[in-house]
Design a binder for this molecule. Structure first.
Ligand code: PEP
Ligand code: MN
Length: 291
């Protein structure tokens, strides 16, 4: 990228990429996100029950995921939809972590929940609808946990960087940027995956970039190919929805992969990116299983 083009990011003092800070690594539970290996985060859209979560955690860990996702506090478009299990869901996430060794990423929706969620989560997820909830972002600057910041569905790259800078300015530079698709005039898919955002964010900032192909596509058959596209253009990690029985999911079933589809996706990705540490993890889980 030319120096002139990069000048547009000069105001983002804390998150912009510089020769002194070309790329930062976010460390969580022995994982290095942004360190060269692809880190896959997978699990259900919502935590629905202990059994659903633990079955999913074991399946995704065996397939090579390193982080378990699952919403306990859910931002739903309708007040009549399932709103999440709240504290009970956080407790199931902690149990799944202790059984599988997976780190936990889960959404925090409100400033008043930050301390509670930080007690259970390894990574605090800010959802698309909250990307510009500046008082929440400020509070996350002091939460002591890495933050996964999702791009707002109608946010420009500049808007996303402004929100990241806000978290950093309040004291927390452990930020993962997440491209999850944006709204466009096209309604064939749930959102439009902005594949360009990945190399642009990598050029503009030192922060690791995560791609969420599930919310970008909205339909499960497109998820593996968008995941592949994301890693080929340089994503440091993926956030993927997986469910034991997607047809019965309480949220986002249409875009959730089955266990078999997730495993097939992981095999496909091995051809494109280094996932050595994932495979070592898989081997150790396999050993425990056999013992
Ligand atoms: C989610 O990850 O389940 C979610 C609600 O995502 P987004 O905020 O990107 O819509
Ligand atoms: Mn979802």
């Amino acid at each position: 990228m030319t120096a002139k083009w990069l000048e547009q990011f000069s105001g983002y003092h804390r998150v912009k990429r510089t020769p002194q800070c070309p790329g930062s690594v976010v460390r969580v539970r022995g994982l290095a996100i942004g360190g060269g290996d692809l880190v896959v985060m997978a699990g259900p859209c919502s935590v629905e029950s202990e059994r659903q979560l633990i079955e999913t955690a074991e399946a995704v860990a065996l397939a090579g995921a390193r982080v378990l996702r699952g919403g306990a506090f859910k931002p739903r478009s309708s007040p009549y939809s399932f709103q999440g299990l709240g504290l009970e869901g956080l407790k199931f996430l902690a149990k799944a972590r202790s059984l599988t060794g997976l780190a936990i990423v889960t959404e925090v929706m409100s400033e008043t929940d930050v301390d509670l969620v930080a007690e259970y989560a390894d990574i605090m997820q800010v959802g698309s609808r909250n990307m510009e909830h500046f008082s929440l972002l400020a509070r996350l600057g002091k939460c002591g946990r890495p933050v996964l910041l999702k791009r707002g569905m109608v946010a420009t790259i500049d808007d996303l960087l402004r929100s990241a800078e806000c978290i950093a300015a309040h004291g927390n530079s452990d930020i993962l940027l997440c491209e999850r698709g944006i709204r466009t005039f096209d309604t064939v898919t749930r959102n439009t995956f902005d594949v360009t955002a990945v190399p642009v964010l990598k050029a503009a900032t030192h922060l690791p970039v995560i791609v969420d192909p599930s919310h970008a596509a909205g339909v499960r058959d497109l998820v593996p190919i968008l995941a592949r596209a994301g890693v080929v253009v340089g994503a440091d990690g993926l956030l993927v929805e997986v469910h034991p029985d997607p047809a019965k999911a309480l949220s986002d079933g249409e875009q959730s992969l089955t266990f078999q589809q997730f495993e097939a996706m992981m095999h496909d990705l091995e051809r494109y990116v280094p996932m050595e540490s994932n495979l070592q993890h898989l081997t150790s889980i396999g050993r425990e299983r056999r013992a």
